[in-house]
Design a protein around this ligand. Sequence first.
Ligand SMILES: *Cc1c(COP(=O)(O)O)cnc(C)c1O
Length: 364
Amino acid sequence: MSTPSQGRPEPRPGILTIAPYVPGKSTAKGAKVHKLSSNESPLGASPAALAAYRDIANHLERYPDGSATALRRAIAARYGLAPDRIVCGAGSDELLQLLAHGYLGEGDEAIHTQHGFLVYPIAIASNGAKAIVAPEKNHTADVDAILKAVTPKTKLVFLANPNNPTGTYLPFSEVKRLHAGLPGHVLLVLDAAYAEFVQANDYEPGLALVSEFDNVVMTRTFSKIYGLAALRLGWAYCPAPVADVLNRIRGPFNVSSAAIAAGVAAINDQSFMDKALAHNGRWLPWLASEIGKLGIAVTPSVGNFLLLHFPKEKPVDRADAFLLDRGIVARRMEAYGLPAALRLTVGDEEANCAVVAALKEFMA
Ligand SMILES: *Cc1c(COP(=O)(O)O)cnc(C)c1O
């Protein structure tokens, strides 16, 4: 319905340039569907987290604790952090959005890497700022390229470490070099959504930098290794002034009681975490090696997923259709600038074996 004489509400500049985020498909043919398109946990959530979640059902009339005190204390105890510098959010997506909202405006620039997580350009453009893309090398963030992209207008740098969808990471020495090269007024946001999976000795999610400097934030999520994606729960470790900004602009009850309760139980269930780590530690290298043998290039990953690059003679659209026909849902990567690639989450044993068998048949 147009009302030309009176005009119409217009969104702020930049909003209509945003390509809406498209989540992974969740359906396929066949009786048994293996959803490997969203980096979800094949083990589900900790039984203790499920019990805590169910308990909340008895008191849905109550507002949550708006400062998520129990959860911030549990996280602080687990990692040796200051609870008042932790801010919880409805998924780390909300925290990434809030950081952009707090620190970006029209005329500002924010940097992310070439195949960086797609929430960053959305968060940047939503706040009227311009996204500057720093090229990667071998599907890995390139510190020199990021530093070269800095201008007087730069206010924020988003770095996923490890990155999704590539699965690659920067060693802590490189993250420190990046931080050291940034002007003090540029906020470095280290998105460590997959930190728990990383086994490399030279990796650090960035807590030490946050403790020392006023311009570094680290975000984490309960969606991946904890298997609580449905509840929407993440947290940020911040310098005190940044925590203050986030606490001013976030919704007063942005995290639900169910998420708080399940999060506390999950973070205290070390044996479930060990199980999840052992599962990924067993299947990630197996998948990489089995798939690599088939003539599909596999980017080395430290997360719970693999990026597969299909050769021209075996095009990715056919591979995707072939897998879907067998009930296996992978993620197409055009939106990430990787048109010949598929991203595949580590699944349970049955899913992983089905993937390898299907790809073997497809590549034959
Ligand atoms: C999955 C993911 C997140 C986490 O999202 P939530 O909102 O916490 O579910 C954040 N960053 C990256 C890079 C991710 O892949």
